[in-house]
Design a binder for this molecule. Structure first.
Ligand SMILES: *[C@@H]1O[C@H](CO)[C@@H](O)[C@H](O)[C@H]1NC(C)=O
Ligand SMILES: *[C@@H]1O[C@H](CO)[C@@H](O)[C@H](O)[C@H]1NC(C)=O
Ligand SMILES: *[C@@H]1O[C@H](CO)[C@@H](O)[C@H](O)[C@H]1NC(C)=O
Ligand SMILES: *[C@@H]1O[C@H](CO)[C@@H](O)[C@H](O)[C@H]1NC(C)=O
Ligand SMILES: *[C@@H]1O[C@H](CO)[C@@H](O)[C@H](O)[C@H]1NC(C)=O
Length: 618
């Protein structure tokens, strides 16, 4: 009885909360109603007054009858006749020329194809056998028009090379009770964010060919809390076909994530084709064909930009670079040396030498080849720098010691040269936290530092004046808790390591990811240096077959923390799992419907119930 009363009380509280409706991540401001509007493919669409028509099978010449008369008066006369016959699967032309209209048109295409072809009948979000669907034959209204206005012109280069925060992603969206929809944003990226929110308002009817929102009228004002909202894929420990990367980019855009960090190379393999150093991938990849060609890389970059995502490539060094030894053994120490734990943290070891001019020549060639190819598409380049092993340098003929007093100055010089290479190609360097925090390397204010060890590291880095992104492994590592991948034969190792956890066990559940606030404990000025964060998915036990269920929808939980903020600005309180869980369940269902194998976050009984019925109340 007490529990029941509590439940009623809590439902009321949730009902009065800031977030209603279904949009993930939660918009800064959202108001929804309870009117049903159906939507169909006769919807008329305009972009800055131009007539974009959704007409996969409707004749554009008959489209005029669907125009909204009242609105037409406001459209410039000379653009009235510019119709863009709208097609399913529209994609912008390839190449580095940014065309805002094509980007928006492709966004509209994806949005409408998700609404009409990849939508869900949300039975799993309602009580068993509940009568939740609108009556098809009642005189419900229709969404008649979608008018998109981009209030500023995209800078031709900036969508590709903008630093975190340089592109305005804010938007407003109004879906009026009369079926008129207006989207307004400064940039095309803002329009894409709005279109994704629009998409998440609609469901499929179980009749099969009707689609509706039960939430009209809808009004959204939205903007992100953090400019850097990322996910990291590791293409060295397992190879991921390009289509996996593209699917991941799509899924990222559904959660308004905007940075894909590709940890491209490591000691395990070198899958990146470098035309001027062809043996790197010819010998360093796992098998013939398991490489990313320059064309693949370009395609990934462009595909991402078209979805408002910037790709950041990492070549990890000077540690974690053993795979180079397969083609250039003279540049590397400790490759595959055993027992591995003397020389690195996991097999096979291997790091670039710290005092060898041949390494400089190699890096000049590598960067002169690679960086001009990524430079047109991104602001950043990540040079790694994690887990550099001191012992390894004992094996370098021109060093021969693990003495920090000798190694630190060598590394400083090495890093100075390396950061200069990145800067000389117009890119902003990124490094892992060990460079400044463990090795005391002086970096420069432009460098973005990726923190992963948790504790006081964010505070330490920002108080040194560094810009940081947070990847705290206690909260945000998606690979943790999957169990050991090393073998422990019967005997001492078996006894010691039983029950064979991995190093960062337990699993970071969506609730744990959601609980972490990268700005917690910082002053206002310090907080400004936290650009955002990233969920890494190190791929020891992740490949094509399980990628989606490892990433999703947990990376979406990060999406809400970084887009909407851990703290709800409206209440000053931490966001509630009661509010988040139903929306995250729904997002997961949308992801599955759209072709991404996201994992369920709870049992069906719970997604069909109120969140309080599946809560542990104390
Ligand atoms: C460095 O190597 C020596 C063996 O040469 C080993 O005893 C020592 O534990 C290693 N150091 C680390 C930190 O693993
Ligand atoms: C440095 O090397 C010596 C052996 O030469 C080893 O005993 C010691 O553990 C090493 N220190 C580190 C930090 O690896
Ligand atoms: C680096 O190598 C050069 C030889 O190329 C040597 O003269 C110098 O002492 C080495 N530096 C250190 C710190 O070992
Ligand atoms: C970095 O500086 C700290 C504090 O001064 C010191 O304890 C540490 O040994 C230094 N590390 C290196 C690699 O020089
Ligand atoms: C939010 O939750 C964290 C613990 O996860 C807590 O330390 C913090 O005080 C909470 N913030 C507010 C505003 O309640």
């Amino acid at each position: 009885m007490l529990l029941k009363r509590l439940t009623i009380h809590l439902s009321l509280a949730v009902g009065l909360g800031q977030v209603e409706g279904s949009i993930w991540p939660a918009p800064a401001k959202l108001q929804t109603g309870d009117k049903v509007l159906f939507i169909d493919q006769t919807l008329s669409i305009t972009y800055n007054g131009e007539f974009v028509r959704w007409c996969s099978f409707v004749n554009p010449s008959t489209s005029h009858r669907h125009k909204d008369q009242h609105d037409l008066g406001q459209i410039a006369k000379d653009t009235l006749n510019i119709q863009l016959p709208y097609t399913y699967g529209y994609t912008p032309a390839p190449g580095a020329d940014y065309n805002s209209k094509e980007i928006v048109q492709a966004g509209v295409s994806r949005t409408l194809s998700a609404i009409f072809h990849k939508n869900l009948v949300p039975w799993m979000l309602h009580d068993k056998h509940a009568d939740f669907e609108p009556d098809l034959y009642a005189s419900n209204g229709r969404v008649t028009a979608l008018h998109i206005t981009q209030t500023d012109t995209d800078d031709e280069e900036s969508p590709y090379t903008a630093l975190a925060g340089e592109i305005d992603e804010s938007y407003s969206l109004v879906l009026a009770e009369n079926g008129m929809t207006r989207i307004e944003a400064e940039t095309s990226v803002g329009v894409l964010r709005a279109l994704e929110s629009f998409n998440q308002l609609f469901y499929q009817h179980s009749s099969g060919n009707a689609w509706y929102t039960p939430l009209a009228p809808v009004s959204v004002e939205d903007a992100p809390q953090y400019p850097y909202r990322g996910l990291m894929m590791d293409t060295s420990r397992h190879f991921f076909p390009v289509k996996d990367i593209l699917r991941t980019i799509d899924a990222m855009s559904w959660s308004k994530l905007n940075k894909l960090h590709i940890h491209a190379t490591d000691s395990q393999s070198w899958p990146l084709e470098i035309p001027s150093l062809p043996e790197l991938s010819a010998k360093g990849s796992y098998a013939r064909g398991l490489v990313y060609t320059p064309q693949d890389l370009q395609h990934i970059h462009e595909y991402a930009i078209h979805r408002g995502v910037q790709v950041i490539l990492e070549i990890d060094m000077p540690g974690h670079s053993g795979a180079i030894a397969l083609s250039y053994p003279e540049l590397v120490v400790a490759y595959n040396k055993l027992p591995y734990h003397w020389w690195c943290v996991q097999p096979p070891c291997g790091g670039l030498k710290l005092n060898d001019s041949r390494v400089d020549d190699f890096l000049d060639t590598l960067f002169d080849d690679l960086l001009p190819r990524v430079g047109p598409y991104t602001a950043y380049f990540h040079t790694g720098g994690d887990e550099l092993n001191k012992n390894s340098s004992r094996l370098e003929e021109n060093v021969g010691t693990n003495d920090t007093a000798v190694l630190q100055p060598l590394l400083q010089k090495w890093m100075d040269k390396n950061l200069a290479r990145v800067r000389s190609h117009g890119l902003v360097p990124m490094v892992w936290q060990e460079m400044p925090l463990e090795w005391n390397i002086t970096l420069g204010d432009d460098v973005v530092v990726q923190a992963w060890l948790g504790g006081s590291t964010i505070k330490d880095l920002v108080s040194m004046g560094h810009k940081v992104i947070d990847s705290d492994s206690n909260f945000w590592y998606l690979d943790c808790g999957r169990g050991a991948w090393l073998n422990f034969d019967n005997g001492a190792a078996y006894e010691t390591f039983y029950p064979f956890n991995d190093w960062c066990s337990p699993t970071k559940s969506w609730q744990l990811i959601y609980s972490h606030d990268p700005r917690q404990g910082l002053t206002e000025d310090e907080a400004k240096l936290v650009l955002g964060g990233e969920v890494p998915a190190w791929s020891e036990t992740i490949d094509s077959a399980n990628l989606d269920m490892v990433l999703w929808p947990r990376a979406s939980a990060l999406g809400e923390v970084l887009w909407s903020g851990r703290i709800d600005p409206a209440t000053g309180e931490n966001r509630s799992q009661f509010d988040a869980a139903p929306r995250l369940s729904e997002l997961r269902e949308r992801m599955v419907a759209r072709g991404v194998g996201a994992a369920p976050i709870s049992q069906l009984f719970c997604s069909q119930s109120s969140p309080e019925e599946c809560a542990f109340l104390m």
